[in-house]
Design a binder for this molecule. Structure first.
Ligand code: NAG
Ligand code: NAG
Ligand code: NAG
Length: 504
């Protein structure tokens, strides 16, 4: 069935309810009991139509009027007017309940004279009577309203760790036998039993997990069972109770302090957050200013040092209540076994440690990047990474530091919930560098040196030649040949050029 016809069908059913349902007439004078929770709305049902059948709906509205009255609590014969709708449509409402009571505008036409009370107060409990006047006929409905109250003490806002008393009470007059409590549908046990003789339930240190629906069930001596549900919201912090924040020495850290709800949702408009830390015999303080549309008050530490590790406390003040969350900042450091520069070939131990280990952490070492620009080398080592370059345990051992170990090494801290933090160590080596200087550079040096040598040699040869020219003119080409032979092959051309220049 599509929504439209369904809606139409329900509307027709509602319109005809008074005239076609035989049960509607039986309601008269028998008395019905309705339960409502204090603060919610109550509907006191009354569906009536004139007793004489065969009359059209037109006549129903013609001279119909309704008068809702309430029987006095102490003297039931005293009747107080609650609300009246005259046949002209004019409404009169008695002062005490004026803004809270209503009947449908269409009541006189469709026969639904139900009285709506919103919100219900505990003193609304009692017997109500509707009198419906047709031309000459009077018909009536009697409804008893019972009120159940769920009380929180202290009242809103309910904050975590502050003792809370939930109590349940109803206007029923019989003797209360027991009260049973349910949280999110599950029976709640107090000293082994889920029900108690009295109507209260005490939570010594409420936590955010106590939020949710609380349902009380009151059983009375006359076997009447009355129940009510309260949706409890507890203002507290997000995340675990005693968190540990892991930060690498030298990095920035943000210590979290986040409320689980916006304070403004609890009607709180002034929120102050304050961080403190007791270290080295004195108290450090930070004030965090945030507007009320914020629920996060983190403490930012730009550069974490070993001295920053320890216990921190975030206190958020809402109204006059203070919520506190303690946490630990654990700093992760790497200590190399060798002080100062690391030289090639040495035996290196890198130890990863935590200032505040909780006992469940484990460590893993991994090579992040290689300093070498040679792509083939990086690929080769990262291929080996899985087997030999990922090491578990706090200590990384490099038996013989070599060129390929240069780069960034990362120590990660893992807990049962996953990766908690990481610290990086940049490994650089010194000494024993000469064995493999970059090739282009060495080539240039060799070439320059050679040229200088050749030039010096030429100068000598020329000087020698000038001296001996007169005595031994034929020996010059021979000398030239000898020089050419001693030079490396690649230099021959340059050498010839040099010779030509010298000759010119
Ligand atoms: C009768 O009127 C009340 C409002 O006074 C309304 O909430 C209720 O749903 C109506 N009943 C039917 C059957 O339409
Ligand atoms: C709850 O109990 C107190 C007495 O313990 C009573 O005065 C009060 O009216 C009760 N509340 C309701 C809604 O009946
Ligand atoms: C309040 O804080 C929120 C969240 O940080 C921000 O978006 C908003 O602009 C702030 N409003 C004012 C008036 O500062």
């Amino acid at each position: 069935m599509r929504p439209m016809p369904l809606l139409l069908f329900l509307t027709l059913l509602a319109v005809n309810a008074g005239s076609i349902l035989p049960g509607a007439a039986e309601v008269e004078n028998r008395g019905q009991k309705v339960w409502a929770r204090e603060g919610s709305s109550a509907l006191l049902p009354c569906y009536l139509s004139p007793r004489k059948h065969g009359k059209g709906r037109k006549q129903l509205s013609e001279r119909t009027s309704v008068l809702w009255k309430r029987h006095g609590a102490s003297a039931p014969q005293d009747l107080h007017v609650v609300l009246e709708v005259e046949y002209s449509g004019l409404r009169k409402t008695a002062l005490p309940m004026r803004p809270r009571v209503s009947v449908l505008d269409s009541a006189l036409r469709n026969g639904n004279f139900s009285l709506c009370i919103n919100p219900v107060r505990s003193d609304d409990a009692g017997l109500y009577e509707a009198q419906v006047f047709y031309n000459k006929e009077i018909r009536s409905c009697r409804v008893e309203l019972g009120v159940v109250t769920v009380k929180l003490s202290p009242a809103r806002p309910v904050v975590e760790n502050e003792p809370l008393l939930l109590s349940c009470n109803s206007s029923h007059h019989a003797r209360l036998m027991e009260t049973c409590w349910f949280h999110n549908g599950h029976p709640v046990l107090t000293s082994g039993a889920s029900c108690s003789m009295h109507g209260a339930f005490y939570i010594h240190r409420p936590t955010v997990s106590d939020s949710g629906s609380w349902h009380c069930q009151l059983r009375y001596a006359d076997n009447e069972i009355v129940s009510a549900t309260h949706n409890l919201q507890i203002l507290g912090f997000d995340g675990p109770t005693n968190p540990v924040v892991y930060a690498a020495a030298g990095s920035a850290a943000d210590l979290p302090c986040t409320l689980n709800h916006l304070p403004s949702a609890f009607g709180i408009h002034v929120v102050k957050a304050h961080w403190s830390r007791f270290a080295g015999g004195h108290l450090q303080n930070w004030s965090i200013l945030q507007n009320q549309s914020n629920r996060s008050f983190p403490l930012h530490l730009p550069v974490v040092g070993l001295g920053d590790a320890g216990r921190y406390s975030c206190a958020v003040t809402v109204d006059n209540k203070m919520l506190r969350r303690d946490m630990t900042l654990a700093v992760i450091t790497v200590t190399p076994g060798i002080q100062g520069p690391v030289s090639e070939g040495s035996h290196l131990l890198l130890t990863c440690s935590l200032t505040h280990p909780q006992g469940h952490e484990h460590f893993q070492w991994k090579r992040l990047s290689s300093a070498s620009a040679d792509k083939k080398l990086t690929v080769a080592t990262s291929h080996n990474l899985k087997d030999s370059r990922v090491q578990t345990g706090p200590t990384l051992e490099i038996p013989q530091v070599s060129q390929k170990d240069v780069g960034i090494w990362e120590c990660s801290v893992y807990g049962p919930e996953g990766r908690l933090g990481a610290v990086e160590y940049g490994l650089q080596i010194t000494g024993a560098h000469v064995s493999s200087p970059p090739t282009i550079f060495s080539g240039q040096v060799t070439f320059g040196l050679m040229l200088t040598l050749i030039f010096l040699l030429m100068v000598c040869v020329l000087a020698l030649g000038m001296q001996k020219r007169a005595r031994l003119p034929a020996s010059f080409p021979a000398l030239e040949r000898i020089v050419a032979v001693t030079l490396p092959k690649e230099m021959e051309e340059n050498q010839k050029e040099t010779n030509q220049q010298t000759e010119c």
